[in-house]
Ligand binder design. Structure first.
Ligand SMILES: NC(=O)c1ccc[n+]([C@@H]2O[C@H](COP(=O)([O-])OP(=O)(O)OC[C@H]3O[C@@H](n4cnc5c(N)ncnc54)[C@H](OP(=O)(O)O)[C@@H]3O)[C@@H](O)[C@H]2O)c1
Length: 331
């Protein structure tokens, strides 16, 4: 089978397509035949290695993670064999491959009606988008500021904020195409945070401050966002795209503001029942056509390097997919 790994840190060209034996599932695991893989920003950072920022360090060889959608072909010891043949989604390692090993306990059920793009968000992107809103927590009528709102998680968070009853949703992004896109997925206002006066633009539409901020950018964006919080405003920090963790001055919290952190792995450990329930909840929203994923590009598995180039160019809106040969549209 084909698999993509990297053996040195560097640009997208270090991604190497190789021919290897199909892996075997161990205890608690399943073997999936890949249909599609959602490519995530974080793997472009891991691939760059030292220099990407202190939070993005991973050992070699690089085994790209991703949001795989596929069919269970084989179950390992201790796993219900009736899972065989089921269409599922999983967040796993070594996912840019024709066959992928995943943990059975964190498989998301994928209804047949879901296309690969929607299905690719069930294990990670959409559960993160939903949980960061609930972690805030978002209350009905709240004004919400969502950074990097055109991205894989961001464009789902905009839609979910509206579904959960947000009042005004403000999305930020770094280009005019992305700002147009953010509006099409439901944001009331779109602000270019590459412009120095972006906080003033947010204040213009939310003069009393924002109730909720979702941030995975960090640095000056996070610092300015804390100043934009209304009394009792809540910021949820779930990443730092710029690679370094920001220090939060405690003094900023005295103005009745709070900051919560979120990480999917920690959440799954802390509340596995609710974490699993939310994957089903999201599948139902997709089935009911209340939520939709925008796929920016679908590429063959062998073009993983192009997928990484697109993400690093910061030009993508929504999701980038790698498709296994059988899922590629006929030419
Ligand atoms: N806590 C968790 O459990 C968890 C799980 C998965 C992902 N994450 C984090 O969630 C965030 C979104 O993930 P995603 O896969 O959906 O990515 P994405 O939003 O599709 O891509 C990242 C976006 O971040 C923006 N950005 C801001 N500052 C940047 C910088 N210095 N360098 C590069 N991009 C920058 C860019 O959008 P603009 O061009 O519009 O600025 C870029 O397109 C990431 O920070 C990721 O690490 C957290």
């Amino acid at each position: 089978m084909r698999r993509v790994r990297y053996y040195a840190y560097g640009g997208p060209e270090v991604l190497t397509v190789e021919d290897v034996e199909q892996p075997v599932p161990h205890a608690g695991q399943v073997l999936l035949r890949t249909e599609a893989v959602g490519v995530n920003f974080v793997d472009t950072r891991f691939r760059r290695g030292p220099g990407s920022g202190s939070i993005f360090q991973r050992p070699l060889p690089g085994r790209p993670t991703g949001d795989v959608v596929g069919t269970v072909m084989q179950t390992g010891p201790g796993v219900d064999p009736r899972l065989t043949g089921r269409r599922v989604a999983a967040l796993a390692e070594d996912t840019y491959a024709d066959f992928v090993i995943a943990e059975a306990r964190w498989l998301a059920n994928v209804p047949d009606s879901l296309d690969p793009g929607d299905a690719s968000t069930l294990a990670m992107s959409a559960p993160v988008a939903l949980r960061i809103l609930r972690a805030a927590p978002l209350n009905r009528g709240d004004t919400v500021l969502i950074h990097a709102a055109a991205g894989g998680i961001g464009h789902l968070a905009v839609q979910l904020a509206k579904l959960l009853g947000a009042g005004i949703v403000i999305g930020t992004a770094g280009s005019s195409d992305k700002l147009d896109f953010i509006r099409t997925v439901g944001a009331d206002f779109a602000v270019d945070y590459a412009q120095a006066d972006w906080p003033d633009q947010v204040r213009a539409v939310a003069p009393d401050g924002v109730d909720v901020v979702l941030d995975a950018v960090g640095g000056p964006v996070l610092r300015s966002s804390l100043d934009l919080l209304a009394p009792f405003g809540r910021a949820v920090v779930y990443g730092a795209a710029n690679g370094e963790l920001e220090q939060i001055p405690v003094g900023k919290l005295f103005a009745l503001r709070s900051v919560t952190g979120f990480n999917l792995t920690a959440w799954r450990h802390a509340n596995p029942g609710q974490a699993r329930h939310e994957m089903d909840e999201i599948a139902n929203l997709f089935e009911a056509r209340q939520l939709r994923t925008t796929v920016h590009a679908s590429l063959p598995l062998s073009q993983a390097a192009i997928a990484h180039e697109i993400i690093e160019s910061r030009s993508h809106t929504g999701r980038i997919l790698l498709l296994a040969a059988a899922s590629m549209p006929a030419m």
